[in-house]
Design a binder for this molecule. Structure first.
Ligand SMILES: *Cc1c(COP(=O)(O)O)cnc(C)c1O
Length: 392
């Protein structure tokens, strides 16, 4: 069919530059090892921090709910698609996050879009960290609010933005809790202090912090002892929680408002029973199996130290996300391909996901990795790194 030659030209250019990527299908469940192309390899690219994607209790909860309620819900939440299980999950999430209420969206991505587009108008301004997740950027694109981007985690620049925006009705500071490509934690204590000084709202996206930081994985707000001082906490149910979905935890007022104005909530069908019941069970597991988080952090320390000792540039990561920064885009992908040949799945990440010249292989360890697996992965990183002259 004719018509897409202009798109094909761009793809051909990417192929020439070595940045065109094929999707990599897994042939097993998501675990510390996965099967790719018939071969078992160590998985270092998933967000399955606590191994919940295939936890027996989550599988069982999903199966039971399918038997009782079927495969789908048949409606959006606001018409006929709210089941008691949806309410139960939201109640659980609010309690977990120490907030008055919570509301679940189809994904973390649509949560950010839904919240930002609903609560800001042309009278307001949104003040956003320059490395915030794409879903926050897209959410901001959907509002008519003015926008100010501050330099990454730079609190002087944030304060300057606050000083220069005093004439707006509302000011909303928005930040990732843990930055997804670098693994560093936002300076939330300082952000909250500035917000209180200048009477601004704070919104934190804890996609990579829920299940990882704070008591039982409650996230960065709890980690910094800021319960009750952050207006909006966004989380995802798709990463450490192991299933699918996003949510916002906040006051009753904001949740009631979003039920009426959050467009992805209003116009997209509710989560199927298997997803919702598995999410509920995941929160139970977080509360009852805190040792998973301890193991996650032990593994994190071991693997990070190992990479650093080998001489890799791991940036400023403070969490289980550890980037191995190589700079050149084609080299990052070549590194990833070489690692896979030797038995480690760690994806290369390049522009536009990270800045030009900052291409990397990003690793995420989980609580499921054994020490032996992590040591084997380090040996493979050493071999591939030396072969490609990334380390000497
Ligand atoms: C992954 C991620 C999201 C999107 O969450 P999904 O549930 O996968 O849609 C949003 N924000 C951040 C910071 C993320 O890392």
């Amino acid at each position: 069919m004719k018509g897409f030659e202009y798109l094909q030209a761009e793809l051909d250019e990417m192929k020439k530059e070595g940045t065109f990527r094929e999707l990599v299908p897994l042939e097993s469940d998501q675990g510390s090892k996965v099967v790719i192309n018939g071969k078992e390899v160590i998985q270092l690219s998933s967000n399955n921090y606590l191994g919940l994607t295939s936890h027996p209790r989550l599988r069982k909860a999903a199966l039971k709910s399918v038997e009782k309620y079927g495969a789908g819900t048949g409606s959006v939440r606001t018409i006929a698609g709210t089941f008691t299980m949806h309410m139960e999950l939201e109640k659980k999430l609010a309690k977990f996050k120490h907030t008055e209420a919570a509301l679940v969206f189809q994904s973390g991505f649509t949560t950010n879009q839904g919240v930002l587009s609903a609560i800001l108008t042309a009278e307001d301004v949104v003040i956003s960290d320059e490395l915030n997740h794409a879903s926050i950027i897209d959410g901001i694109r959907l509002t008519k609010a003015a926008r100010r981007i501050y330099k990454h985690v730079n609190m002087e620049d944030l304060e300057k933005a606050l000083q220069e925006t005093q004439n707006y009705r509302k000011r909303l500071i928005v930040t990732d809790g843990v930055f997804s490509m670098d693994g560093n934690i936002a300076p939330l204590q300082k952000i909250v202090e500035l917000a209180e000084k200048y009477d601004a709202l704070v919104m934190v996206d804890d996609a990579h912090a829920s299940g990882v930081l704070g008591k039982n994985g409650r996230g960065t707000v709890n980690h910094f002892g800021l319960d009750g001082r952050v207006h909006i906490q966004v989380g995802t149910l798709s990463k450490a929680i192991g299933v699918l979905g996003g949510y916002v935890a906040s006051t009753r007022t904001l949740i009631d408002y979003l039920i009426h104005k959050g467009r992805p909530f209003l116009f997209s069908t509710s989560h199927p029973p298997a997803v919702t019941e598995a999410n509920i069970e995941a929160i139970n597991v977080l509360l009852e199996e805190p040792e998973r988080i301890e193991t996650l952090w032990k593994n994190t320390t071991f693997f990070k130290e190992g990479l650093k000792n080998l001489g890799f540039n791991i940036g400023k990561s403070e969490t289980p996300i550890t980037p191995v920064i190589v700079g050149d885009e084609a080299l990052a992908h070549q590194f990833s391909d070489t690692l896979l040949t030797y038995g480690v799945f760690a994806q290369g990440i390049a522009f536009p996901t990270v800045a030009k010249g900052q291409a990397r292989v990003r690793t995420i360890v989980t609580s499921e990795h054994s020490k032996e697996e992590l040591q084997e992965a380090l040996n493979i990183f050493e071999k591939a790194g030396k072969e490609l002259k990334i380390i000497s």
